[in-house]
Design a protein around this ligand. Structure first.
Ligand code: NAP
Length: 231
């Protein structure tokens, strides 16, 4: 990733997205902070020296307007996401809960991809990072002894499993782009009542690293800070 490249991070007003934007700005890149709330987004953008663009991943008009505002783009970090916390046990998961989580974590991802792929296609080194979770890994969740196997995260985990499959298909469809899923690791953020083991600044390191890969970097992969993860 050259210093002149432009990146967009969705859900960048706080948490892992905020720190990913900070790391990319610190590395000299032009960074758009895509945030659904104007006041929170403008505040975060001013704090980091980034550019604010209003972007609610669940809203067609908002995403389309953001794609008109951002006129060139090399790197897209699909970070915006929600979870049900405390976890909803499988027997209590409702269609409404699934619909709400998928609307942001799955439908929102596709909405943002559709809007920004044409801009990314004009870049010399288009890179997309989809922020997933090891709770969306069938391999991790079904391996006894792995912490993910103990977490009753059916709604959230299945939304992140869908994100992984979406990553694979986009990567196959757009081989000229680098498109990967990244698990930032269990992190203390508002999403989980700040129960995670690491800070969002720590978590953002692998996200920013995968956002900065070059044309020879991997595509269609799934990793965390320690290496490849099983799908
Ligand atoms: P967070 O602090 O709650 O941040 C989530 C961000 O997403 C916020 O900026 C939020 O904006 C934004 N967002 C939510 N819905 C949105 C929408 N419809 N449109 C645009 N932005 C929206 O949580 P986080 O832990 O940093 O999560 C970031 C990503 O990491 C998520 O995809 C999450 O699934 C993933 N992740 C987190 C962990 C963890 O342990 N924390 C582990 C693995 C993966 P508002 O401030 O407006 O709500």
């Amino acid at each position: 990733m050259h210093k002149t490249t432009t990146a967009l991070v969705t859900g960048a007003n706080k948490g892992i997205g905020f720190h990913t934007a900070r790391l990319l700005i610190d590395a000299g890149h032009t960074v758009w902070l895509g945030c659904r709330d104007k006041s929170r987004g403008e505040h975060a953008s001013a704090e980091l020296g980034g550019r604010f663009v209003q972007l609610d991943v669940t809203d067609d008009a908002s995403v389309d307007a953001a794609a008109q505002t951002v006129t060139s783009l090399d790197v897209l970090v699909n970070n915006a996401g929600i979870m049900d916390y405390p976890w909803t046990p499988a027997g209590e998961v409702t269609p409404e809960l699934i619909r709400r989580l998928y609307e942001t974590n799955v439908v929102g991802l596709v909405r943002v991809m559709r809007a920004f792929l044409p801009l990314l296609a004009k870049s010399g080194n288009p890179v997309i990072v989809n922020v997933g979770s090891s709770l969306g890994s069938l391999g991790c969740v079904t391996t006894a002894g792995r912490p993910e196997s103990q977490v009753p995260a059916m709604a959230y985990g299945s939304s992140k499993a869908a994100l992984n499959m979406i990553t694979v298909h986009y990567a196959k469809a757009f081989p000229e782009m680098r498109i990967n899923s990244v698990d930032p690791g269990y992190t203390a953020t508002d999403m989980n009542g700040n129960s995670g083991f690491q800070t969002p600044a720590d978590a953002a390191v692998i996200v920013a690293q995968m956002a900065r890969i070059g044309p020879d970097g991997p595509t269609g992969t799934y990793c965390d800070a320690h290496g490849r993860l099983p799908w």
